[in-house]
Design a protein. Structure first.
Length: 412
């Protein structure tokens, strides 16, 4: 492991696998466990870098596929790299593009050929790589393990993800194994290219070291997940990424996957779980020793008018039952908040809660003022970061399970 990127485990909870630590990068340290907001296009929607820092964000996630298409790698290089382009001097993590391959179209697996699949009309996948059409203009592009590494090095992010085949839910075990085996072959090619680029950049440009995480796949099959965990852990990755648990699987399936793989992961390497972050999920992830996780939900919910709150009993004033998020959010657009004088969450110390009432945010959202989306986004990111801060403290005090019970079971 390179000395300019390392992980230090600082404390382990006595009654679970939850742990605290620090990921050291050339652009600063990341306290773990950490929530990682997603800035798909190089920006966490509606929020400035300074605001993210003030909210306690150490790291955020940028999608290589989207940045590659617009504004393009040449533009970013000419303007000094992704950090300077975004005016963000803290750590950044980029993905390989593998998830976008999955998300461009629902997969169409052929039972006649498990070695090569065509994923919808926009994507063709083979052992060599992925050919896809831009969702912007229909132009054709190819991602391979080699150029995915090259793209991420050119962006200059602190943490990269190895190119992987993101297996969708509901596939057969035979199909999941073919996908996993391809991910493993791509992992080897990613490692090889990453090492070449690390040497090249150090010699030619004196660039800071950029870390590489290998990606575990295997769908919801125990033997495949364990095989992938052992395989990926055996190589010289700086960290471990866990993929394929937010592509249609239920919460029970996600927890089973974590239970299978957690004992097999190297203790000395950081672990990142891709694409999960509902409040109850957070306690599940942390309880199995996950160090960081990214999710679009806090800002996406904000743009839909949902604000996080631990005082969710107040939601009952709506006589409303939300389907997916009622445990920890209020729908600020509802008439019940038209005259509500209190803050979004009485425990929160964010700018929104310290200065504005629920009634004011309700008004802004009803008249579609852009300020409403900013206020809700500020609050939801602050809420998540405060939650993780409290979780880190509970781990240090060996009270993680009590913290979990307080949030999930004893709130009423």
């Amino acid at each position: 492991m390179n000395s300019r990127f390392c992980f230090t485990k600082t404390y382990k909870d006595a009654r679970s696998c939850a742990r605290t630590g620090v990921i050291h990068t050339p652009h600063g340290d990341i306290e773990t466990p950490a929530f990682v907001p997603v800035g798909t296009q190089g920006s966490v929607k509606s929020l400035s870098p300074e605001e993210l820092i003030d909210l306690g964000t150490d790291l955020f996630f940028v999608n290589t596929y989207h940045i590659y298409l617009r504004p393009g790698l040449e533009t970013i290089e000419k303007l000094g790299g992704l950090h300077r382009f975004m005016h963000w001097d803290r750590p950044l993590i980029t993905d390989s593009g593998g998830f976008q391959v999955f998300s461009l179209a629902r997969p169409k697996y052929s039972s006649k050929n498990d070695g090569e699949e065509e994923k919808g009309s926009l994507v063709k996948i083979s052992d060599e790589g992925v050919e896809f059409q831009s969702h912007w203009d229909g132009s054709k592009h190819v991602f391979t393990p080699e150029n995915s590494m090259q793209f991420q090095w050119r962006l200059g992010s602190d943490i990269h993800i190895a190119f992987d085949d993101c297996t969708p839910s509901g596939v057969s075990q035979k199909q999941a194994k073919a996908s996993m085996d391809r991910t493993h072959r791509w992992a080897l090619r990613s490692v090889s290219e990453h090492k070449k680029l690390a040497i090249s950049h150090e010699l030619s440009a004196n660039r800071s070291y950029q870390a590489l995480y290998g990606s575990i796949q295997g769908s919801t099959y125990e033997d495949l997940r364990k095989e992938s965990s052992v395989f990926i852990s055996s190589f010289d990755f700086d960290g471990i990424a866990i993929g394929g648990v937010s592509v249609g699987e239920g919460k029970d399936e996600m927890e089973k996957v974590l239970a299978w793989i957690a004992p097999l992961l190297p203790d000395e390497k950081p672990r990142h779980l891709l694409g999960v972050g509902e409040i109850d999920d957070v306690f599940t992830l942390v309880g199995y020793g996950i160090d960081s996780f990214d999710c679009v939900q806090p800002t996406r919910l904000a743009r839909m008018g949902f604000a996080y709150t631990k005082d969710c009993y107040q939601l009952k004033a709506d006589s409303l039952k939300l389907k997916a998020h009622d445990d920890f959010v209020i729908d600020i657009s509802k008439k019940a908040y038209e005259h509500a004088s209190g803050p979004l969450d009485p425990r929160c110390f964010c700018y929104t809660c310290q200065n504005f009432s629920r009634a004011y945010v309700h008004h802004l959202f009803k008249v579609r003022e852009l300020f409403a989306y900013r206020l809700l986004s500020l609050h939801n990111i602050a809420f998540m970061n405060t939650l993780l801060k409290d979780i880190r403290q509970s781990i240090r005090e060996d009270s993680f399970l009590e913290c979990k019970n307080d949030w999930l079971y004893n709130r009423f």
